[in-house]
Design a binder for this molecule. Structure first.
Ligand code: SAM
Length: 231
């Protein structure tokens, strides 16, 4: 039998998970509040759908690199990524997170309380498109970073909302844009893949957006982030 090649040695999901776990432990990325939030995901309507710890740390770093003080999140779940954002914006910063399911919002509120960041976070319960429209109508101060991580078919609507709620220099991150590679299948018939491809097209056609997309492997399988910035 031939020696395993570099490719097949590293392509297994278990190896990806092991490497993620190594970095999360070695870099000591999670404290008790984050672990509790992650574990509480099992009580939500969408268990195991939060970002991995090293992804949360990346999002937090984007906030800090961008100097973002106001973050808008679409898709709260148990508030795991919300905690990363709330810590990254620091005291005086503000996070608004939009969540459809009251049960998830309630669990998230408990997790934010435990993490000591409730005062900087507002969770708006209801369809994210409606909540975002209310924010537009209320004329809220623009956000510096938007994280789109709710129902994927609505990604193009969420991009439009993000554009209505940000100004030049703002960062827009879209999660789950690879979907086990399904993103390349134009004829997938999967509304989530269509939502990703449509938002990629909208971003590419927008005159004021620079963007890139990165594949990721790890605890969350094979997926990726799209990162855009308003000129
Ligand atoms: N951002 C979270 C994290 O990393 O910890 C994970 C969010 S999870 C992938 C997606 C969330 O979006 C779920 O909590 C789901 O209930 C919510 N959601 C689904 N459809 C929605 C909608 N139309 N409006 C608002 N939230 C929605």
């Amino acid at each position: 039998m031939s020696e395993p090649t570099a490719v097949n040695r590293y392509e297994s999901a278990s190896a990806w998970r092991e490497v993620d776990s190594y970095f999360v432990d070695a870099l000591d990325l999670e404290d008790e509040a984050l672990v509790a939030a992650r574990e509480s995901g099992s009580r939500t309507t969408m268990p195991n759908a939060e970002v991995a710890a090293n992804q949360g740390a990346l999002l937090a770093m984007l906030v800090q690199i961008a100097g973002a003080r106001r973050v808008l999140e679409l898709g709260t779940l148990a508030g795991y990524s919300t905690i990363w954002f709330a810590r990254a914006v620091g005291e005086g910063g503000h996070v608004v997170s939009l969540e459809l399911e009251p049960r998830n919002a309630e669990i998230a509120a408990q997790n934010l309380e435990r993490a000591g960041v409730s005062e900087r976070v507002e969770i708006l319960v209801g369809p994210a498109a409606d909540s975002a429209q209310q924010l537009v109508e209320a004329g809220v101060e623009p956000f510096d970073l938007v994280f789109i991580d709710a129902d994927k078919p609505s990604n193009p609507r969420y991009l439009a909302a993000a554009l209505a709620l940000t100004r030049a220099g703002a960062v827009i991150v879209v999660d789950n844009v690879v979907r086990d590679g399904a993103v390349v299948r134009a004829d997938s018939g999967d509304a989530r893949v269509e939502g990703v491809r449509a938002v990629v097209e909208d971003i590419a056609n927008h005159p004021d957006l620079d963007a890139t997309a990165l594949q990721t492997v790890g605890l969350k399988g094979w997926d990726g982030f799209l990162i855009a910035r308003r000129r």
